[in-house]
Design a protein around this ligand. Sequence first.
Ligand code: GLY
Ligand code: MN
Ligand code: MN
Length: 462
Amino acid sequence: MFKKETYIARREQLRKDIGHGIIILPGNHEAPCNYPDNTYWFRQDSTFLYFFGLQREDLVGVLDCDTGRDYIFANDYDIDDVIWTGPLPSVADLAASVGVGHSGTLKELQDFCTKAIKEGRRVSYLPPYRADITQQLSTLLGIRYESIVPFASHQLVLACVKQRSIKSAEEIAEIEKAIATAYNMHTQAMKHAFPGRYEYELAAIMQGEAWRGNGPLSFPIIMTIHGETLHNHNHNNQLVEGRMVVMDAGCETPMNYCSDITRSVPVGGHFNDRQRDIYQIVLNANLEAIRVSRPGITYKEVHTAASRILAQGYMDLGILRGNLDDIVANGAHALLMPHGLGHMMGLDVHDMENYGQINVGYDDETRPSEQFGLGSLRCGRRLQPGFVITDEPGCYFIPALIDKWHAEGTCRDFINFDELEKWKDFGGIRIEDDILITDDGCRVLGKPIPKTIEEIEATMNS
Ligand code: GLY
Ligand code: MN
Ligand code: MN
């Protein structure tokens, strides 16, 4: 936890931004896996963490904008719980530890909500993403289950996005701890990416390194010789010479700040000529994004700058043809990168995605594109100092997509489909860093993880 003044200041700002009424911020419950007492790994809700920092399940935070009072509601544990869990702090003590002066039981929370509604006070809450929280809000507020999401407060969403988008120095330090562990995850896995090993063995090494850093993964590991499948969570393939392994993985710190790093390495530790060509193009795009990212530019423009590097590289290989501006304007290069350059990262690996991506990555000025590829960009808005965002260009030869575009004649003026046939067995490459927008540019966060061809070969063969 940060010191309590951090949470007090965040809540104070939120109350100010919302102005009047009450704000309800439920923490998460335990989620049963296969029977009630066998639960998934507990993950606190990130909004709750941001404003209260507390890790216990079943807590509900309430901010009263009219009185300036903050509350934590939950039932205290009794001896029947403590037998299994050991001694635990009271709800009042938990509340006090983060500067919350008022606490109560869940029955008192129900009474508080019922009274607020009777008095016609405005009640603001975020759109829930879990069924149990939706049900809890429905009961608390007397609103039908189906109406809970539509009645969520857009103003509250925007106020949370405003605060959470700008990372403080103490948040950056946490993110860099998560990247320090990701450094170990990636470099250890690289050293085992040799023929005969299985993807699941490398994924296990990563998972072990994450726990050695005292945190869970920030999302299920992507570890695959079929990197052309963007989010490939299957780990059953044996590594064979000639394939690239895409390793996309990160972890969380005990406070749940995340890392999200991708490295792509050649099985066996030496890039062949084709791998070298494609890798260097993707690396150049990653570096171009770092070169141009600064306050004032939109991430849509950064995505386009990186896309130009990719497209030029494919022209040099004879895969694309024509005029560079036209290729990028028509999105022909997106055949080989059907996703956006990056997303915000913080307490969530895709930060705040539960608020609705459009509210996080776009604004009145910058609207999402409908073009294939660019339309998948999760964050397009103008960058500000304090944003933490991923820079993750890739190149993927997806046979089914190539066949589809070929059959339909999509972008046929720009694509040399005969040449592309030769690449259909290549797989994919992605390179991902987490960057901080600074006052005059950006900084790649964390200890540098081997990224150039020379650095990767040296690490794998060390
Ligand atoms: N881990 C998925 C991504 O890079 O966004
Ligand atoms: Mn990733
Ligand atoms: Mn990412």
